[in-house]
Design a protein around this ligand. Structure first.
Ligand code: AMP
Length: 571
């Protein structure tokens, strides 16, 4: 159990959701044990539904044991890093749990990475074995790493073998060009061969607080990726904390949409780990396509739907979306990025389904806060701290000084889900993890009932004539214009003011808006210093791999443009 930080418990527990106990002990027992329990309890229930094919808990449990034994025979044990470069599929779940059972560490890879990014992460993490799919989009860029990086083996999963019979025939026929051949070189192993054993896993003694279960790379929208070391205790605690937040869950009866990629920490915990813990069915989709999601909603009638704001926004744009499609859902959860109030309101009023916002970060495995899943949400808040989780707002100038209610500062988090540090990066660890508190780089405040309000990220702060302008505030104001679909606000250098805000805007299809008209609209919503100095309309805005709006490309473009203009001027 967790004996986290020696500070008093929160004072706002009277406002905590009914049935949720902040003091309840959060078990840190490994998730592999919890998974075995779910297999024993829910054996014949559907564990994974993938494009129409169902896999029971018994089947997934059996495959996991055999994959774990196969990995052990390839040399996986404590400290060995196994990469998973997989789209959502039953393999992603089986191989994740198999690596943990074998005693190794999972390193999650984004299948959309290019070769150089994969090579960099293999070298940084020391990945020895990579599991991927037999697709031309994934296999060649993994295979080319053999011999030029520490990678020694590649396990290759067959896409066709995971599909229902008719679909697999069609895939083999139509998708021939998309399938990559398995090289016969002794360094590639098929998943079928890996699992061709009796499933007798050699027991491994896991020390939950010491042994790293997952190296999760982060830094996405802000900087150079680093591996957050998430221990067995971290990921197990967070899955249980999320489960505790919904005491009304129907054990063995929930069905969760898994369209967010499982290699991202949000879906890893909220879809996969939490789902398996409560014996849920995971309705997995290999990519986000509105029509595919709508079909899955009709086919499986899911009860929970975790997503990111841009995903809910895209669903809202689906012309045939109706309340009926989402009738089976008890709630949707939005996380990963700020959920504009407009999107929540429009989504809830159109579908009648609750859209509940939570907040987290990779370094906290990831979930830190959530709005109540039943009862009224608080407008603009990302929710209250999960059981066993403490939040302090610290002075931006003096990071050890805790601030009072309503005061704005850096959000700091402590709890059993907070990482052990950054892999091979003591400097970055010392910078963000101090006496058990992770300094999130997010700026916000707490109200008297423990609700956290985020204003921005520290690095996103725009320093304009010595004033702080928070891009999020500017974005929220711009979102209120009915013609606006998406907006990203960044700092751009300014000779007079240091930095000024620039807004990149995507309009709704068929909508028209000029920069002048937008600025006139903002006149009464933002102070003069906050109003964008530049507005640019675009057909598309850059996004990260899970669909969050991303600033770094826009910032780089601006920098390059200005450097080019400077060079022109100097000629
Ligand atoms: P990552 O570690 O890539 O998941 O990114 C975590 C960051 O995403 C956090 O530090 C926040 O800046 C941001 N984030 C996550 N959830 C929210 C939310 N609900 N509202 C605003 N920002 C969020």
């Amino acid at each position: 159990m967790n004996d986290i930080i020696d500070t008093p418990a929160p004072t706002w527990l009277a406002a905590y959701p009914a049935g949720v106990d902040w003091h309840a002990p959060v078990s840190e027992a490994p998730l592999t044990d919890a998974f075995d329990q779910s297999v024993a309890l829910y054996g014949s229930n559907v564990c994974i539904e993938f494009l129409g094919r169902k896999f029971s808990y018994d089947e997934i449990g059996d495959l996991t044991k055999r994959a774990a034994r196969g990995l052990q025979d390839l040399g996986v044990g404590k400290g060995v890093k196994v990469g998973l470069l997989l789209p959502n599929s039953p393999y992603a779940v089986v191989c994740y749990y198999a690596v943990l059972k074998a005693g190794g560490t999972v390193v999650n890879y984004n299948p959309l990475y290019v070769g150089e990014e994969i090579a960099r992460q293999i070298r940084d993490s020391d990945t020895r074995i990579m599991v991927t799919m037999d697709l031309r989009l994934t296999l060649p860029k993994v295979s080319e790493q053999l011999g030029r990086t520490p990678l020694e083996r590649v396990v290759v999963c067959s896409m066709a073998a995971a599909l229902p019979f008719a679909k697999s025939q069609l895939f083999m026929f139509l998708g021939r060009g998309r399938i990559a051949e398995l090289p016969d070189d002794g360094r590639h192993v098929s998943f079928a061969r890996l699992t061709d054993n009796d499933g007798a896993v050699r027991p491994v003694a896991i020390a939950p607080r010491e042994d790293v279960a997952v190296l999760q790379y982060t830094g996405g929208t802000t900087g150079i990726p680093m591996g957050a070391m998430l221990t067995h205790a971290n990921i197990a605690a967070n899955a249980r904390q999320v489960a505790m937040w919904n005491p009304e869950a129907d054990l063995g009866g929930e069905r969760i949409v898994g369209v967010l990629p499982l290699f991202h920490v949000f879906a890893m915990t909220v879809v996969m780990n939490m789902g398996l813990l409560i014996g849920a069915e995971l309705v997995l989709l290999p990519r986000f396509e509105v029509a595919m999601v709508m079909k899955a909603l009709k086919r499986r009638r899911p009860t929970q739907f975790p997503g990111v704001p841009s995903l809910f926004h895209a669903l809202l744009g689906y012309p045939k979306l109706s309340a009926q499609d989402l009738q089976s859902l008890k709630f949707c959860i939005s996380g990963g990025a700020p959920l504009p109030a407009e999107i929540r309101r429009d989504f809830e009023s159109l579908t009648g389904c609750r859209l509940v916002e939570g907040y987290g970060l990779t370094e906290a495995s990831p979930v830190v806060t959530c709005n109540p899943v039943a009862g009224a949400p608080r407008d603009g808040a990302v929710g209250q701290a999960l059981p066993g989780t403490r939040i302090e707002i610290r002075d931006l100038e003096a990071p050890q000084r805790a601030l009072g209610l309503g005061e704005k500062g850096e959000v700091c988090v402590a709890g059993p889900q907070v990482m052990a540090g950054y892999w091979r990066n003591p400097e970055a660890t010392a910078g963000s993890l101090r006496q058990g508190w992770v300094h999130t780089g997010d700026v916000g405040y707490l109200d008297a009932e423990g609700y956290l309000f985020l204003i921005d990220r520290i690095k996103d702060l725009i320093l304009c004539s010595g004033y702080n302008v928070y891009p999020r505030v500017v974005e929220e104001a711009i979102y209120r214009h009915p013609a606006v679909a998406e907006v990203t606000v960044c700092a751009v250098p300014d000779a007079d003011k240091g930095e000024v805000p620039k807004a990149f805007v995507r309009l709704k299809p068929g909508a028209a808006l000029s920069a002048e008209a937008l600025l006139a609209f903002l006149q009464d919503k933002l102070s003069p210093i906050e109003r964008p100095r530049h507005v640019e309309f675009r057909d598309e805005l850059p996004k990260t791999m899970i669909g969050k709006l991303s600033k770094k490309e826009l910032v780089a473009e601006e920098k390059a443009r200005r450097a080019g203009a400077g060079a022109e001027g100097a000629r």
